[in-house]
Ligand binder design. Structure first.
Ligand SMILES: Nc1ncnc2c1ncn2[C@@H]1O[C@H](COP(=O)(O)OP(=O)(O)OP(=O)(O)O)[C@@H](O)[C@H]1O
Ligand SMILES: Cc1ncc(COP(=O)(O)O)c(N)n1
Length: 504
């Protein structure tokens, strides 16, 4: 898609009048451009004082100021498409024509706005000829039935066939694509058709939607087509078809808006709101920061444990260390199961491989290390269930297994402290941050400290943090909250686990 995706975001300039009630004019254009995936810009040709009931007044700026707005944009910004709407009077029409000839934007849609839905004039009748001279500068014009008749110099069509026939004549005479629209006709169908000067016609079927909320449909459609024409590299048929589908969706959703008591606006963003939600997602980096600082107190308490302090100064009783290691063997078997479950549920092969390797590492690598520390007999006793699990081990393991059954996201959030807290502790121990004695080469637990302060474990920890925080960023708010709680609870169990021996 557009922002953040492979496709370049198109810059679309609306040259149109302002509707302060937000349903038509540049306000509609900007919403339509955004809904179509473009970056919207607006040069204002006229201020109207209007609402859903009608137009109360029109204020037209000096034409030179319209040119100044247009130049300010084109001097600085790549323009991928232009949509032209209300032009108010002949001087503004001329100014826009002069700029178009000079700048030659690649996709130009002209909606020849003359009279509002409410019946109010939006173009000085004396400017009609000037508007006709603008037509050859456009790639597509999108007149409604009365505007098409005015351009053709005929009475308004009363049937779709008559409108198509008029559109064909206008297309031939002016050498321009014409979108014939049926909004002002009667009947259960509401088709549009793209008519080319060579006589070819692409018709877009549509059902007439039962609604009076049609304020700004023409504005919205024309800027929607301009946006898509730029996105689809000038495929006007596809642009018109997709813009109409989007407009129909927005018309159907119009009734939920409560804007004014006349002809209300269409609901430009309804489809995106429904499909994309309104929630702002925290970035993985923000989640990382929030979760880590969320367990700051638990980490501080862990640092203060008798077990850790005695480990640092080397006075930890061998018995306490071996009790800890035996419980860790019991823990690792359950931990490996949760990692295997994460591998089973992982959304990508990369993540699947990572968790599967981690699971194998926990049962083979870490338990082997513990075998050296404990001796084969004691290690086997712990692994086979002959040594009872302590309450802390039991609690931690139950938390991991339960989180794992609740799905991938919670499972990986629950295993993360076992990486992150350990790796952080190992690094700080090795750097002497918890006491320089931990760095002594003859430290009785130097081998254990070194195992958690190694580059491979640090890299795996970073990878795990990346997977978990990206999954949390993608998740819906409720799942993200459950992940954070699973992570925090595991950090608490990590503290309990370290504190379970007689050393406290
Ligand atoms: N009731 C409706 N149901 C379905 N589509 C509609 C309806 N009314 C208008 N449209 C569609 O809206 C678009 C605009 O058509 P319309 O002929 O009303 O143009 P317009 O008069 O320029 O619009 P505006 O109301 O902004 O002046 C067309 O795609 C048309 O098919
Ligand atoms: C500024 C401005 N531009 C265009 C229209 C036409 O839209 P509609 O015919 O739906 O009122 C409008 N009402 N106001």
């Amino acid at each position: 898609m557009t922002p953040g995706g492979a496709e370049r975001t198109v810059n679309v300039l609306a040259i149109a009048g302002s509707d302060p009630s937000g349903g038509a004019g540049i306000q509609a254009d900007l919403k339509s451009i955004a809904a179509g995936g473009g970056y919207g810009m607006a040069a204002i040709t006229a201020l109207t004082a209007q609402n859903t009931q009608g137009v109360r007044g029109v204020h037209v700026p000096p034409a030179a100021f319209v040119t100044a707005q247009l130049d300010a944009v084109s001097d600085d910004v790549r323009i991928d498409a232009v949509k032209i709407g209300m032009l108010a009077d002949a001087s503004v029409v001329e100014a826009v024509g002069e700029w178009l000839r000079r700048v030659r934007p690649p996709h130009v849609v002209l909606d020849p706005v003359m009279i509002a839905t409410s019946g109010d004039a939006l173009l000085d009748p004396a400017a009609a000829d000037a508007l006709l001279r603008l037509i050859p500068l456009a790639d597509l014009i999108t007149p409604n039935v009365p505007e098409l008749a005015a351009i053709a110099g005929d009475p308004a069509a009363t049937s779709w066939e008559a409108a198509l026939e008029q559109a064909l004549r206008v297309a031939r005479r002016h050498g321009v694509r014409v979108l014939a629209k049926s909004g002002h006709l009667e009947g259960s169908l509401a088709p549009d058709a793209l008519v080319l000067p060579d006589g070819s016609v692409a018709e877009f079927a549509g059902q007439r939607i039962e609604t009076s909320n049609t304020h700004g449909t023409g504005c919205s459609l024309s800027s929607g087509i301009a946006t898509r024409a730029a996105r689809f590299a000038g495929d006007w048929v596809r642009a018109a078809a997709e813009a109409k589908a989007w407009l129909s969706e927005s018309l159907r959703a119009a009734e939920v808006l409560e804007v004014g008591s006349g002809h209300g606006p269409v609901n430009h963003l309804a489809g995106l709101w429904a499909r994309g939600g309104l929630e702002t997602r925290p970035s993985p980096e923000e989640i990382r920061e929030e979760w880590w600082s969320g367990i700051a107190e638990v980490r501080r308490q862990t640092d203060e444990l008798g077990f850790i302090r005695r480990l640092v100064d080397g006075t930890l009783a061998r018995r306490d260390f071996l009790d800890y290691v035996a419980q860790d063997v019991i823990y690792l078997r359950a931990y490996a199961r949760v990692l295997a479950r994460a591998a089973e549920l992982a959304p990508t092969t990369e993540e699947q491989a990572f968790w599967a390797k981690a699971s194998q590492g926990a049962i083979i690598g870490e338990i082997l290390l513990h075998r050296d520390r404990l001796g084969a007999e004691a290690a086997d006793a712990a692994a086979s269930g002959a040594v009872p699990a302590s309450p802390a081990t039991e609690g931690y393991v139950n938390h991991l297994l339960a989180a794992g059954t609740r799905g991938y996201e919670e499972g990986i959030a629950a295993v993360l402290p076992c990486y992150w807290v350990y790796s952080d502790l190992g690094m700080r121990l090795a750097r002497g941050e918890l006491g320089v004695s931990a760095r002594a080469s003859d430290h009785p637990y130097a081998e254990w400290i070194a195992a958690y302060d190694n580059a491979e474990f640090a890299a795996d920890t970073e990878t795990a943090i990346g997977y978990v925080t990206r999954a949390a960023s993608r998740a819906d708010p409720a799942t993200r909250d459950r992940m954070r709680r699973a992570f925090e609870a595991a950090a608490v169990w990590e503290r309990e686990f370290f504190g379970q021996t007689a050393a406290g």
